[in-house]
Ligand binder design. Structure first.
Ligand code: AMP
Length: 509
């Protein structure tokens, strides 16, 4: 089944109800959204000659058109490739080429970054909102394409330890599983309201278009296109019964805003947080401000939004003897996947023992795009190896301990040290580099580069060098110049030791 069915159903059964709004203003009803999607599909298939399975890349911040571009692509049987709007032009170009995208839709605010993109399979680039974009909706509507459930729907680029990002091939089956699991495992209330797209629609918030569309909730894209606390409070109060997906950093910002402004939050149904660890003190503060309107999910591109969940009820279960302990967990496995903890030989471990978290089931992607090696490695033995480390307790609650991939999560964004190290090591004066994440009260973690360099090189020079070569958010916020890096007998840099050294009392920066 094509997930565009969720939208077509609304186009009939909820035809005149609002579907997409920009700020307070409704842009399209469900009928209008479906007509636009069917017409866009007509252009994609007819004018551009795209065939089922072809890829349509979207390089945009949060725009209302994100919804019609996704639905229109699915309607035509095509796969969408949403690309993080904060990426550097060279990273964007690499993804467009690797995905073999036939078309690229670009946010008008990002035209400059996308100007240099050229790839052998790319037929055209269209700037969203321009007359040539609107002309795509003049085509005759086409019927919704029937596709097998295992057809690629969303190519989700996720960075890995080995440098270049990999495209996790999210299928219609995976998205449907995620959609159904949401109301079983995350939020049993089915609030009849809206979703506020406060987090990037190229990632979690975009994925959550689906469960919310499945119940006919209005898709609200804030006018700022970004994360503005005041705007979120205002829109939630205006529309009511608002759901939103946020990284823990964003939740902290909402809490701080409410406190400093003396705001009484109104209109929030459920705030789903995930993507990075949440600290108990922050969760307490969030409950104090929002009440028990919180739910947590743990997922990754390879099992989108669906590995475990700590639902609203578990958050509110204050009389349970292990209530507070459970608030530090990531909850229980979602209903559409099995979750286990394995040792290094891939043997299952009993509760209480720490190992790698592995997942299998309806939500797990069949592999990585054009990367059989990474697919075989990550999905070995039929289990998705998440690279996350944790353990179950006796009641089946999962506790995340560490990330074996040594990923840094800053403000909910994943930063792979290897990528940053690769860039730093291109500088002729840098002899060795190790990038680590250190705790940061604001961002969860901050990127720190430990560098062994020729004399005379300084942090601003390296910062400039990084800015020219990678997305701003990935660049180190701090440089520590060292004589040498701690290594084991095989010469492997001991990042844990490095971290301990920097966190110790005699910080050397
Ligand atoms: P991505 O593939 O970009 O969605 O990033 C997924 C990674 O974010 C996971 O493998 C985890 O390391 C981390 N993550 C996701 N959800 C949570 C959570 N609820 N708590 C802690 N870390 C999380």
């Amino acid at each position: 089944m094509n997930v565009a069915h969720f939208f077509r159903r609304n186009g009939i059964a909820r035809a005149d109800r609002p579907a997409v709004a920009l700020g307070r203003k409704t842009l399209w009803t469900w009928r209008e959204l479906c007509t636009r999607a069917a017409r866009l599909a007509g252009s994609l298939r007819g004018r551009f000659g795209l065939a089922p399975g072809d890829r349509v890349a979207i390089f945009a911040g949060n725009l209302p058109q994100y919804v019609e571009l996704l639905v229109g692509s699915w309607w035509a049987g095509l796969a969408a490739v949403p690309i993080n709007a904060r990426l550097h032009p060279s990273e964007l170009a690499w993804i467009v080429e690797n995905a073999g995208a036939s078309l690229l839709f670009v946010d008008p605010a990002l035209e400059a970054a996308a100007a240099a993109v050229s790839a052998p399979e790319l037929r055209a680039s269209v700037t969203i909102g321009t007359p040539s974009y609107e002309a795509l909706f003049a085509a005759d509507p086409v019927p919704l394409a029937e596709v097998p459930a295992d057809t690629l729907a969303w190519l989700f680029y996720t960075s890995g330890t080995t440098g270049r990002p990999k495209g996790a091939m999210i299928t219609h089956r995976n998205l449907r599983a995620m959609t159904h699991a949401y109301f079983l495992d995350v939020d049993e209330r089915r609030p009849d309201g809206c979703i506020l797209h406060a987090a990037p629609m190229s990632h979690g918030s975009g994925l959550y278009i689906l469960p919310q569309a499945a119940i006919g909730a209005l898709q609200v894209v804030p006018e700022s296109g970004g994360f503005d606390e005041a705007e979120i409070f205002e829109l939630a109060a205006h529309f009511g019964e608002a759901t939103l997906f946020v990284a823990p950093t964003m939740l902290k910002r909402l809490v701080r805003h409410a406190r400093t402004q003396g705001l009484e939050p109104r209109g929030f149904a459920t705030i789903v947080y995930g993507g990075a660890p949440m600290y108990l003190a922050d969760l307490d503060a969030a409950h104090a401000v929002f009440g028990f309107h919180l739910a947590q999910i743990y997922g990754q591109g390879e099992s989108p939004m669906t590995i475990t969940a700590l639902d609203r009820r578990a958050h509110a279960d204050t009389t349970h003897p292990r209530w507070r302990e459970r608030l530090t967990s990531a909850g229980i496995p979602q209903s559409v996947c099995e979750v286990a903890v394995h040792d290094e030989a891939d043997r299952p471990l009993p509760p209480g023992e720490i190992g790698e978290i592995v997942v299998r089931g309806e939500s797990v992607v069949p592999g990585y795009w054009r990367n059989p090696q990474a697919t075989a490695e990550t999905l070995r033995g039929g289990w998705l190896h998440t690279g996350d480390v944790g353990c179950f307790d006796a009641d089946g609650f999962l506790y995340l301990k560490d990330r074996s991939k040594d990923l840094v999560i800053s403000g909910g964004a994943n930063i792979y040290p290897r990528e940053v190290e690769d860039v730093l090591l291109q500088h002729p004066a840098v002899r060795e580099a190790a990038v680590i994440g250190l705790p940061d009260p604001e961002w969860g973690e901050t990127v720190v580069a430990c560098v062994v360099a020729e004399p005379g090189i300084d942090a601003p020079t390296l910062d400039r060098f990084c800015l020219d070569r990678m997305a701003r958010y990935k660049r180190p916020r701090r440089y520590v110049f060292l004589e040498s890096l701690p290594k084991n007998s095989y010469g492997k840099i001991l990042k844990r030791e490095l971290k301990a050294q920097l966190l110790g009392p005699r910080e050397n920066s």
